[in-house]
Design a protein around this ligand. Structure first.
Ligand code: ADP
Ligand code: ASP
Ligand code: MG
Length: 467
């Protein structure tokens, strides 16, 4: 049975034009595949608003979160107002939207005043899962209106995760069982499940989320656990590009990439894909396509091999932190120290993804994964602001932001000419550290934040010239 999983991101479902495109893509692909499953994100910007509402609810700011709920209601109702829906479908959808927002309001109102720090992430997840639930209902109604058998599915019934709220990891054998029980019978009846991205639930049914941008991860997990032939991510750019086109206007689409290259791009800050989605696809040998929802005639990027030709493919950038000792005293084992602080902040075993210490040991820099959460970097900076008393000889230090620019490609260390040209492009930059990633698939440079843009542009020119 040929099965295709298609994930539509926030920009695709967030406006009428995107939804119209989604519909025509589904109508077209339905003729080509025996089974289709869709995964949808919340409308763009909605998760940010929900996170704000959740924080206001934790502060017991009733006015604040009610205002956000009212804004969300207006936005969703305005969107469905512009969709070609019949009166019955529209009324039912409107009732669904109101019910979901009412439930969310109820959750906000029922947060106890004395909620412990440890219990907060769980409460936040319950609130922010509303965005994807709303979007899935809108998309399913649109399909039904067009004689497709769309059914909205809450991933809390399907994606079973651990209990790391805010950054949960799906448990594959349990998820596979749930998909077999809950989704395969629907597929056999010609139904197109419209699954909420980003969210899951623990075995005992508590809602969890998979980290920001997590709908990509949902699509990958659904693909692997249903033995799909392909997973397609529909987004607002032409595919995986040589750089973020918002930062580098001359960025070009890369037609073919290896799983390792894409994993490295996502890990080192290319926001286009969730960093944890690639490994399950690679292990399951499931091809991934990244395509532009507004230009479905273009092939986009295909990711399906373990190796591609040697060379630089793309440049990414990410924010990090640097620590400087104020005196010449050493910083001791900074990576272990930061790992420990980070685990406390994120409540999970999030590890520093990159660290480097100067030979004099008076400067160390490190980068934490983006899925540690938007506030983790800031919290970490605060937490490291004071010297640690448990150190034998506490060293006063300062922390400040740094940027990490990473060039991704295949067998990078093997072409010495290329490495030499990369180093030439760094002339004049204040470079704090250089590091080659594992498997020769990336090379990272730590620079001053104000040098990041010039470094990205310089490396991008090199990619284009050598490509
Ligand atoms: P979606 O809502 O579809 O999930 P995202 O905003 O998460 O979309 O990801 C798409 C965005 O990723 C693009 O608009 C682009 O600005 C950004 N991006 C970052 N790096 C890259 C890259 N190397 N290639 C393409 N897009 C990139
Ligand atoms: N809506 C979620 C987010 O904004 C998940 C996603 O968009 O993939 O992070
Ligand atoms: Mg995304």
């Amino acid at each position: 049975m040929s099965t295709l999983i298609m994930k539509f991101g926030g920009t695709s479902v967030g406006m009428t034009m995107g939804l119209t495109q989604l519909l025509s893509i589904v109508l077209y692909e339905r003729e080509r595949w025996e089974r289709l499953m869709l995964v949808v994100s919340a409308l763009d910007g909605v998760t940010d608003q929900l996170i704000e509402a959740a924080h206001l609810a934790l502060l017991n700011n009733r006015r604040g979160y009610r205002r956000i709920v009212a804004t969300l209601r207006t936005r969703h109702l305005a969107l469905i107002e512009h969709l070609p829906l019949g009166i019955t479908e529209r009324n039912a959808l409107q009732a669904d939207i109101d019910r979901l927002l009412f439930d969310m309001l109820d959750t906000c109102q029922n947060i106890p005043d004395n909620l412990s720090e440890a219990a907060k992430p769980e409460a936040i997840d319950r609130i922010i899962s509303t965005g994807e639930r709303l979007a899935a209902r809108i998309v399913a109604a649109l399909l039904r209106q067009n004689n497709l058998r769309g059914v909205a599915i809450d991933a809390t019934d399907v994606i079973i995760t651990d209990d790391v709220f805010g950054n949960a990891t799906p448990i594959l054998p349990l998820t596979r069982e749930r998909i077999a029980t809950n989704l395969l019978p629907l597929l056999n009846r010609g139904i197109i499940p419209v699954i909420t991205g980003f969210i899951g639930a623990t075995e005992s049914g508590q809602p969890t989320t998979l980290g920001r941008g997590g709908s990509d991860y949902t699509a990958s997990i659904v693909g692997v656990c249903s033995d799909a032939q392909e997973v397609w991510v529909w987004t607002d750019v032409d595919g995986m590009m040589t750089a973020d086109p918002r930062e580098v206007p001359s960025a070009r689409v890369i037609p073919l990439l290896s799983y390792n290259e894409v994993a490295e791009m996502a890990y080192f800050g290319a926001r286009i894909l969730h960093s944890r989605m690639i490994i399950p696809l690679r292990d399951g040998r499931i091809p991934l396509r990244v395509r532009n929802v507004f230009k479905p005639q273009q092939p986009g990027t295909l990711v399906h091999t373990n190796t591609t030709p040697t060379g630089f493919k793309a440049v990414t950038t990410i924010q990090g932190l640097g620590l400087s000792a104020q005196h010449s005293g050493p910083l001791y084992n900074v990576a272990a120290l930061v790992n420990e602080r980070l685990s406390t902040i994120t409540g999970s075993s999030t590890d520093v993804m990159f660290s480097s210490q100067s030979a004099s040991q008076s400067f160390a820099c490190f980068v934490i994964p983006t899925n540690a959460g938007p506030d983790a970097l800031h919290d970490l900076q605060n937490s490291l602001a004071t010297p640690l008393s448990q150190l034998d000889e506490p060293t006063p230090w300062t922390s400040r932001p740094v940027s990490v620019v990473t060039v991704v490609g295949s067998r990078l260390g093997e072409d010495h000419g290329l490495t030499a040209r990369l180093l030439e492009t760094l002339a004049g930059m204040r470079v704090y550290a250089l590091a080659q990633g594992p498997a020769n698939a990336s090379f990272s440079v730590v620079v001053e934040p104000e040098d990041a843009e010039a470094t990205v542009l310089g490396i991008h020119e090199l990619i284009i010239a050598s490509g």
